[in-house]
Design a protein. Structure first.
Length: 171
């Protein structure tokens, strides 16, 4: 399990890097009259993502979950692909990417990178990661519970983001 603990710590470090990028980008967008939407659901998102990482570490130990290579290796591949997709989103959106919903009025929607294929590719990465990360070490209870909680949160988040983008769209 030490390598799985290192994986979870690496994902946690990646989250910290995301928050640093988001903080810098928030300052940039707010300086350009950006408007934040959906503040009320943001703390729920933070708790969900933090809880996921904690449960990824706890369930395999407390429930004596084994590493099952036939499940674990494909799930690890999905986790890595999700991370790659997330960073493709971050680099494509540049200063407009954020963990919060901050929209600069009049800014055009980005249609490059993964946004050519999906309206919300970052959320696709999150969905895959939340389902796959616990399953790397057979934590199926965590995978199930957090996937369901994330589905409820994303229903609110995507509706909030779509509304904010529609209000700010210059077209």
């Amino acid at each position: 399990m030490p390598w799985y603990t290192l994986l979870i710590l690496a994902v946690a470090a990646e989250r910290v890097a995301e928050l640093l990028v988001a903080r810098r980008n928030a300052a940039w967008t707010l300086a350009r009259a950006g408007v934040e939407h959906g503040r009320s659901h943001y703390p729920v998102m933070v708790v969900l993502h933090t809880g996921l990482l904690a449960c990824c570490l706890l369930e395999p130990v407390l429930a004596h979950r084994p590493f099952l290579p036939a499940l674990g290796w494909p799930m690890l591949a999905l986790v890595l692909l999700a991370q790659a997709l997330r960073w493709w989103c971050i680099t494509t959106l540049g200063p407009y990417w954020n963990t919060r919903v901050i929209v600069v009025p009049g800014a055009r929607l980005v249609g490059a990178g993964p946004y050519r294929f999906l309206r919300h590719p970052n959320y696709a990465a999150v969905v895959v990661e939340i389902a796959a990360l616990p399953l790397v070490h057979s934590a199926w209870l965590s995978a199930t519970a957090f996937t369901m909680a994330n589905a409820m949160l994303l229903a609110v988040r995507i509706r909030c983001e779509n509304t904010a983008l529609a209000q700010a769209d210059p077209a």
